[in-house]
Design a protein around this ligand. Structure first.
Ligand SMILES: [Zn+2]
Length: 338
C-alpha cells in the first residue's frame, strides 16, 4: 500500500473510532485519565498562520522529525513512562478533518492529523513538553499532470520509432515548468521518469492529493491529425461499463463532470482550429478520468501521422500548445478554486 493509501486508511479507521475536532480559535481537548500522555491538543492562530499544538503530561522525545504528507502530518513520539492511547471526545473544526493516535510500543505513540483544506506546512517546534506544527491555508490551485504510459508500457510506437510514453512525458514536464514559472499554481507530475505506474495507483495518488485539476496526456491511437480533449461520459453510460470503479455519488459525479467539461471547452477554445481534430471535444470511459477532481485527457496529436509527428517533436510547437493549456487554466481558475 502506498503511504497516501495508508494515510487514507488510517484516517478512515480513525474517523469511526476517534473523532477529535476543535473550535475555531483555541479549543482544547483534555484527556481523562492520569496516565494519558497527551494533556491537550488545540489550534492557535497567529498573524495568519495556524499552529496545531499538543501538550504532554510526560517528557517526550520526537523520534523522527515531523513528516508531512499530502494534506496530513505524521509524528512519532516516545515517552519516558509507559503511555496509554489518548481517549477521544467529539468536537469539530473547519480546518482539521481528524487527529489520530496509534500505540507503537509501551512507551511510544504515533500521531497523525489530516486537514479538510489544502495546507502548506511552515515550521515545527518541539520541547519535552509540547509540540507545535505550523501551517497555513494554501490558496494556490493544485494541478496534477499525468504523462500516460511509461516503463514497460510504451503506448503508441510511431514514425521513426518515436514512442508515446516519451512524447507525453516531454509535454507534461514542459507544462509543469510553465505552471511553476507562472507562480499561480502548485503543479505535480504523476511520473517524472520512465516508470510504469498502473492506472489504479495513479488514481489513488491523484485522489489523495486532492487535486483541483487533472490533465492526462496521450497521443492519438490512429493516424488522424489533431488535438482532442476527452471527459468522462454521463454516469448512466459509465455504470454500464464493466470496468467502471467510480464510487462518487450522482451529485458529486455531475458536479465534477460539469467542471471537467467547462475546462475542456476553455481548452479547445484556446487551441487554433487548424491544430484540432474534427469534433475535438469528446467523451469516453477512460479509466484515469475516474478521479474525484475535474479531469481531462488530452490527445496531443498523432505520432503515426508524418506531419503531426514532425510538429510534436518541435519544442516550439509543444510550447505553443502548452501556452494554450495555461490560458485555459488561467480562465478556469480566474475566480479562485471552483
Ligand atoms: Zn496512450
Amino acid at each position: 500500500m502506498t503511504e497516501y493509501g495508508m494515510l487514507s486508511r488510517k484516517i478512515a479507521t480513525f474517523l469511526s473510532a476517534v473523532c477529535l475536532c476543535l473550535s475555531s480559535s483555541c479549543a482544547t481537548w483534555s484527556s481523562g485519565s492520569p496516565i494519558q500522555a497527551v494533556k491537550k491538543i488545540y489550534l492557535k492562530k497567529e498573524k495568519g498562520n495556524y499552529f496545531l499544538c499538543l501538550d504532554f503530561n510526560g517528557d517526550i522525545l520526537l523520534t523522527q522529525r515531523v513528516h508531512t504528507l499530502p494534506n496530513g502530518i505524521k509524528a512519532f513520539l516516545s515517552f519516558k513512562k509507559e503511555v496509554a492511547l489518548p481517549k477521544s471526545k467529539r468536537l469539530s473544526h473547519n480546518l482539521i478533518k481528524g487527529c489520530f493516535f496509534e500505540k507503537f510500543s509501551p512507551e511510544s505513540l504515533m500521531f497523525m492529523a489530516a486537514f479538510k483544506k489544502d495546507v502548506i506546512f511552515t515550521d515545527n517546534e518541539s520541547t519535552s513538553r509540547y509540540m507545535k506544527i505550523g501551517f497555513k491555508i494554501n490558496k494556490k490551485p493544485l494541478i496534477v499532470l499525468d504523462a500516460s504510459h511509461g516503463g514497460k508500457d510504451f503506448g503508441v510506437v510511431g514514425i521513426g520509432g518515436n514512442i508515446e510514453k516519451n512524447m507525453t512525458l516531454a509535454t507534461a514536464i514542459e507544462l509543469l515548468d510553465l505552471l511553476q514559472k507562472s507562480g499561480k499554481y502548485q503543479a505535480l507530475l504523476i511520473r517524472d521518469g520512465d516508470v510504469f505506474i498502473p492506472d489504479l495507483e495513479r488514481i489513488l495518488k491523484i485522489n489523495s492529493l486532492n487535486a483541483d485539476l487533472l490533465i492526462s496526456f496521450h497521443t492519438n491511437d490512429d493516424d488522424m491529425r489533431g488535438i482532442s480533449v476527452y471527459t468522462l461520459p454521463n454516469l448512466n453510460l459509465l455504470k454500464q461499463s464493466p470496468n467502471s470503479s467510480v464510487v462518487m455519488e450522482n451529485d458529486d459525479y455531475y458536479k465534477t463532470l460539469s467542471l471537467s467539461k467547462k475546462f475542456a471547452r476553455y481548452l479547445i477554445g484556446y487551441i487554433p482550429k487548424i491544430c484540432r481534430k474534427n469534433r475535438p471535444r469528446r467523451s469516453g470511459h477512460l479509466k484515469i478520468l475516474e478521479v474525484s477532481s475535474p479531469a481531462v485527457l488530452v490527445e496531443v496529436g498523432s505520432i503515426l501521422n508524418p506531419r503531426d509527428n514532425e510538429l510534436l517533436h518541435m519544442r516550439s510547437f509543444r510550447e505553443k500548445f502548452n501556452r494554450a493549456i495555461l490560458c485555459a487554466i488561467d480562465k478556469f481558475f480566474e475566480k479562485g478554486k471552483p
